[in-house]
Design a protein around this ligand. Structure first.
Ligand code: GRF
Length: 196
C-alpha cells in the first residue's frame, strides 16, 4: 500500500510509521512526505530514511487552487493510494479531497466528536480536556472530509486522565497511544486492501 504522509511539525507520528514499515508492516510503503513547513522535523526524518519529500505551502503556491493542484499532482505522480494526515495543520483543497475521497485519514488526539474542529489542535486539545475535568481522553483516526476533524471514524483508543496530569504529561500519554493506533490502523487497511 503506497502512502503519503503529511505533517507540519515534529513528525513523531511519521517516525512511528517509518519504524513500523521497517519492521512489522512491510506491506505499507511511505513514498512521499509533504509538509507545509519547510523547517518541519518531519521532512528531515523522511530525508534521513531516503523518502521523497516536498515542501508545499502558501509560500510555494500563494493561490489556494494552485497549491491544491500541486499537491494532487505530486500524489498522482508518486502513485499514492492513501494519504495520511499525521499532525498536518492545514486543510486539503477540493481537488485533492475529491480525487482521494475515502482514501485520506487524519489522526486527532482526542475522542472525537469531543474536542475536535477548528481551534482544537496540539496542546490546546489536552488543555481543554484537563479544564473540563475529563476522566478519560484518547485518540481517533477518521476518514477526512472537508471540515476539520469530520468524517467517519475508523478507530479510537481510550487513554486515562490521571490526577496531577499536566498538559505535557497528558499529551505524552495520548501521543504514545496515538502512534500505536495509527500503525495498527494502517496495517489493518493494508490487509483489507490485499483481501479486497
Ligand atoms: C498528534 O498528536 C496529532 O494528532 C496532532 O499533532 C500531533 C503530531 O505530533 N494533531 P508529531 O508532529 O507527529 O510529533
Amino acid at each position: 500500500m503506497r502512502i503519503a504522509v503529511f505533517a507540519s511539525h515534529g513528525g513523531s507520528l511519521l517516525q512511528a510509521i517509518i519504524d513500523a514499515c521497517a519492521s512489522n508492516s512491510p506491506s505499507v510503503e511511505i513514498v512521499l512526505v509533504v509538509s507545509n513547513n519547510s523547517k518541519s522535523k518531519a521532512l528531515s526524518r523522511a530525508a534521513k530514511n531516503n523518502i521523497s519529500t516536498m515542501h508545499l505551502s502558501s509560500s510555494t503556491h500563494p493561490q489556494e487552487a494552485a497549491l491544491d493542484g500541486a499537491i494532487l499532482e505530486q500524489l498522482v505522480s508518486a502513485n499514492v493510494e492513501w494519504v495520511i494526515l499525521a499532525g498536518y495543520m492545514k486543510k486539503l483543497g477540493p481537488l485533492t479531497l475529491s480525487k482521494y475521497r475515502n482514501h485520506i485519514i487524519n489522526t486527532h488526539p482526542a475522542l472525537l466528536p469531543k474536542y475536535g474542529g477548528e481551534g482544537y489542535y496540539g496542546s490546546k486539545v489536552h488543555a481543554a480536556v484537563l479544564a473540563a475535568g475529563e476522566k478519560e481522553t484518547g485518540a481517533t483516526i477518521h476518514l477526512v472530509e472537508a471540515e476539520y476533524d469530520s468524517g467517519p471514524i475508523l478507530s479510537q483508543v481510550r487513554v486515562p486522565v490521571k490526577p496531577g496530569d499536566t498538559i505535557e504529561s497528558l499529551e505524552h500519554r495520548v501521543k504514545n497511544a496515538e502512534r500505536n493506533l495509527l500503525v495498527a490502523t494502517l496495517t489493518e487497511l493494508s490487509h483489507r486492501r490485499k483481501a479486497g
